[in-house]
Design a binder for this molecule. Structure first.
Ligand SMILES: [Ca+2]
Length: 119
């Protein structure tokens, strides 16, 4: 029985890569971003479609080269505005918007009418 199932198992396991096993990448830097900011960011936070670093990724890489520690490198670039949209990277990361995408911005809170003074 085992001798009959073994070839089937081998063919099945061999064919999995051909059918496209779900692609996953791993980055300790992405883990650090997710640990510091409460949003499910993806690899695209630092990488463009061609896998090259985007502007935010380049700023992070420069900071990491100086600090050699992802937590401090992210803290160092929180005040930068990598995409030039007028919002600091840290504000974008906390809001869940993309610090490398000019069209992804935090929503500004609407001005609320001031409460009448207490009498
Ligand atoms: Ca942005």
């Amino acid at each position: 029985m085992l001798s009959r199932l073994l070839p089937i198992a081998l063919v099945t396991l061999t064919a999995i890569p051909l059918w496209g096993w779900p692609a996953r990448s791993y980055s300790p830097y992405l883990d650090q971003v997710r640990a510091m900011y409460p949003h499910e960011f993806a690899c695209t936070i630092c990488h463009a479609a061609d896998h090259k670093l985007n502007r935010f990724g380049q700023d992070f890489a420069k900071a990491l080269a100086k600090r050699h520690e992802p937590f401090q490198a992210l803290k160092d670039i929180e005040k930068l505005d990598s995409d030039g949209d007028g919002f600091a990277n840290g504000d974008e990361l906390r809001a869940g918007t993309l610090p490398e995408d000019t069209f992804s911005r935090p929503i500004k809170p609407k001005a609320s009418p001031s409460a009448p003074p207490a009498s």
